[in-house]
Design a protein around this ligand. Sequence first.
Ligand code: HEC
Length: 342
Amino acid sequence: MTIRLGSVALVATLAVPLASHPTRQAQAPGLTFSRDIAPIVFERCTACHRPGQAAPFSLLSYDDVRRRARLIADVTRRRYMPPWKPVAGFGGPFLDERRLTDEELQRIARWVEMGAPEGDPADLRRRREWTEDWRLGSPDLVVTMPEPYRLRADGSSVFRTFVIPIPITQAKFVAGLEYRPGNAPVVHHANLRVDRTRTSRELDEADPLPGYEGRLSPGAQYPDGYFLGWTPGQLPWQGPKGMAWRLEPGTDFVVQVHMQPSGRPEILQSSIGLYFTDRPPDRTPMMLRLGRHDIDIPPGASRYVTSDHYRLPVDVEVLAVQPHAHYRAREVKGFALLPDGT
Ligand code: HEC
């Protein structure tokens, strides 16, 4: 078995200086939106910057982008956009990396300096058309929250857990999954678990409104070592080959949703599209949780640091890392120390 440990560092605030020497391509004359900028925007921005998604405005057309050209140059230079927490140079490359390359950054900056010209709209060959279709094709099964939830107009965040029954009569192997919030602009994030014990269902039934608030039932677990969830712009989940997870009849999805009121009453009705495979898993991932329950930050402390570590007894392959600290942490770092000392 191979060792392939990635070391990762994840921070909540990013400030990466521009490389000091622009590349030749960035200096090339005649940058246009249609030819040089649109491919970046459609690849890296419009997953969120289109109607019905998390971002507050669309970046689907030349006009959308031109109107905010200076702001776009600024937020990309500061690496505030696109949101991407991993710091360059630690571990990776990561799948579905959203970070702009230095060359792309400079291309945007140069184009804005040149007055943000449109160029020939015929050059818009790489335009990605967003459709309402499921991203991985037609799902084998779609399950939806039995009733819509009404989110109040004002106030602080709402954490609520919804239970979605899965109507299957025999065990299935899940190879892929897409969560659709149903109202993406109000969803900060969602975590997806499964419950075979019906205890989540009981908690839901005890609450007159759809879903329930408060602690999750211990019966609600992530499937076989995966942390399934959704954050704005996230791509649908697809397991590595040969690593599907087994879904038993009588299982419910348990979706814990962090919602942010928008100023108007909102409706939320999430659904989940499932993709099955006949191939049973050859390998099952395992989740290793590092964390502490003795965090005690003294009043006024400006730099409180806590850590945890674990020595692996076997070789492993790291598939995913999920830092999680709600609003309390400014910076999360994760390192793998390899046997050779690196
Ligand atoms: C993962 C989702 C996501 C992606 C991808 C994304 N954005 Fe955003 N963007 C947001 C959200 C949400 C906001 C509003 C909240 C905020 O400003 O943080 C925002 C705000 C902005 C703003 C306004 C910032 C301000 O200070 O008012 C600009 C400009 C912007 N994005 C440009 C871009 C560009 C350019 C890209 C691609 C290179 C991009 N975004 C990719 C989610 C995204």
